[in-house]
Design a protein around this ligand. Sequence first.
Ligand code: NAD
Length: 262
Amino acid sequence: MDNASFLQDLFGMQGQVAVVVGGAGALGLCLATGLGKNGAKIVVADMNEDACKTAVEKLSAEGIEAIYKTVNVTDKQSLIALREEALKLTGQVDMLINCAGINAGTSFLEVDENKWDAIMAVNLKGTMLACQVFIEAMLKNKDGGSILNIGSVNTARPLSRVFAYAASKAGVVNLTRNIAQEFGTQGIRCNAICPGFFPAEQNRKLLDAKRVENIMNGTPMRRYGDPNELVGAAILLLAKKAGSYITGSPVYVDGGFTASWF
Ligand SMILES: NC(=O)c1ccc[n+]([C@@H]2O[C@H](COP(=O)([O-])OP(=O)(O)OC[C@H]3O[C@@H](n4cnc5c(N)ncnc54)[C@H](O)[C@@H]3O)[C@@H](O)[C@H]2O)c1
């Protein structure tokens, strides 16, 4: 095997199918593009239909085979409909990325119960439901399947003013490990990426001057991440061969944020 084939064999995703839930968002679309350029067919699944259409246009413009279906991750029936459509159109789902997420910031005494419930419903319950629905299908695959959940640095260092978000992401990492434990012998791997700070629509509004200063002081690399810097970790964790013995792992892609302390 020549050197190029060696890497292709290890990391390649030619012909495999990835469902990217939250795939019309900033990080989801970037991950979808990375997997697509690496040979995967992409199913963009998101509640924002206009953004789904734009995402598929962008993926197609890159020469990536992509379709979309709208989904609400808080609704199991909606996820089942997504799975059935994905199976009908592609035959098999090999990979699932759970990238849907919402956030809101307040002081602790101002935490609003409804917002708490909404954040938990999308970030934690939504991740659990999507895993449940797609693992049912992956268990029928000859070669199993691989899941990538999205945690956050605040699973290791709770960030101020985002109480529900931080708790939900800690839950996502716990869930990731528990799923890895449950399906370890059945060909299903489940890992998480825990990103540091990649400013996008949903979190830019939380970044006031003081917070930016704290983030930069707490990040050894002294800069934000670029979403493209998540792609390598995602491919490593998801690839059937490169990631074959990695399961239950939260991988921090954070410029050293969780490694540093004052
Ligand atoms: N951007 C960052 O710095 C950062 C850091 C750490 C973790 N994360 C996590 O990464 C993930 C993606 O974040 P992003 O920055 O791309 O945000 P984003 O807002 O750009 O993308 C999130 C996507 O989720 C979709 N979504 C929201 N609720 C949904 C629901 N009920 N059903 C289906 N889709 C729904 C939205 O339509 C959106 O397209 C989130 O889980 C976020 O918490 C982001």
